[in-house]
Design a protein around this ligand. Sequence first.
Ligand code: HEC
Length: 483
Amino acid sequence: MCMRTIFKVFTIGMVLVNSGLLVEGQSAPQLPTSNQVRIELPDGEGKAQVQTLCTVCHDLERVVNQKKNLEAWQATVADMLGRISPDMEREKILISDYLSAHYGVGTSDVLTRLLSSLNSGDAAEAESLVRENVEPLRQELDTILEEMDRGFDELGRQKARYDVLQGKFFQFDTTWMPHEPAFRLFSSVTEYSGYLSHFQAKRLRVEGARHTTSADHFWDLQDYDQALREYSEGTRKLREAIPLAEAAGNLKLVAASLTNIGYNEIYSGNSGLGLDVYKQALEIAEQREDEIFQGMYLLNLGTFHLYTMQPQEALEFALRAEEMNAKIGRRTWHANALLNVGASYLMLGQKEEGHSFLQKALLKAEEARDRRSHGRILYNLALSHSLFGQTAQAATLMKDALEWYAQNPIVYNDAERTMLEYQGSLYLVGAYRKLNDPEKVEHYATQASALRGRDPQKLAAYLVDPHLNFLKWDNFKKEHGLE
Ligand code: HEC
């Protein structure tokens, strides 16, 4: 297969760390099976059930670093126990009650009374409660603001199906949104007038992320118009969040909202705008000397420059990302940064460097057990061997890549998996033809045509999908009347 075709499919092999939502989204959840951290649970009815049933698949840290109200705990527990057995009604009740008593929210007397007087419309009572309890209330509202971040990060770590994720967004709403009237009153009655905007900025950011995940989902279903509407709705919410976050002095939230906007813009075909916004986010992270966010933003900037075929810029960011993520010890991001460095070098025609960074990337991905980048690295390594004219090695690695994708279906979306399988099979047809192995030529030709036959329309759409190949945006925009 000729080089041009190789480079056409090249960008599939790269990784994007941060959708609006996913902070560590690229790594599959690693669930330790034994209790690595000993957690002492408070005594109470239900404790024993938590200790036995909730440690089957993960340790208790996952459970106790959460705060949820009763409704949200009921939903989580039903979800979790439903995975082991359909009926455990008694256990569900015991465990939800226990967890909401010990890991609940808004349990303090003042806040509860405040919310109930607000709900019953007793404005005078609510106002005097606030005036008499400014400091304790302020501390509680601070806790809520922190817990919202924790809840959001937890959402970001989910590698769940779209419907599950929407359920979790819903839980997030039911847990936190009822507090908005308390924030509103507190801000208007006390000297701490910024609390309401801080709360609203966080709410808008979560709503923005929810639109982004919907957009990605619709895009996957090839409902592109609906997806584009969702991206722009998400952007609208996030644009609203920024001045509020600024007013509250929360620059981290400003940067996070900007990144989410950048993602929406880039995936709506506005790369220039998206990259600018990403750079603003990076500047904020640099000012704040926040190395974790720098590591993430640098990685994303490298990735997007690769997607948009700007290898020189991509290389600069990828090298910086490599250094930063090595420093902060984020192995998954480090593996991805190495992949981007390798891919940038290959695009620049520097084969040796490219190849050697891809090999480092593979080792790092193995060390980090990062299943997602692993498959992409194998694919790129295969391509790099073929650049050296080492067809036999290239074919072996391509076979490994195809197997990897087949064995890890849940970590790749349908578009990436299908395209990789298809382009990989076509590549192998060419490679085995060169290697004079007619049997294998036959095998992979059959595989490719089976893929074509399975759902020709879907495959045809993937072949012009600009999310898989950014060079296709111009055509896509013309067809969808975008410009
Ligand atoms: C069958 C395996 C399994 C069992 C049993 C299990 N969990 Fe989980 N849990 C998971 C997995 C997998 C995740 C990762 C996220 C996901 O898949 O939703 C998770 C994530 C979580 C989370 C974080 C996500 C969220 O929804 O907030 C919490 C909290 C949690 N589990 C609580 C519990 C509790 C409480 C129990 C006991 C009632 C329990 N788990 C039992 C598999 C399990």
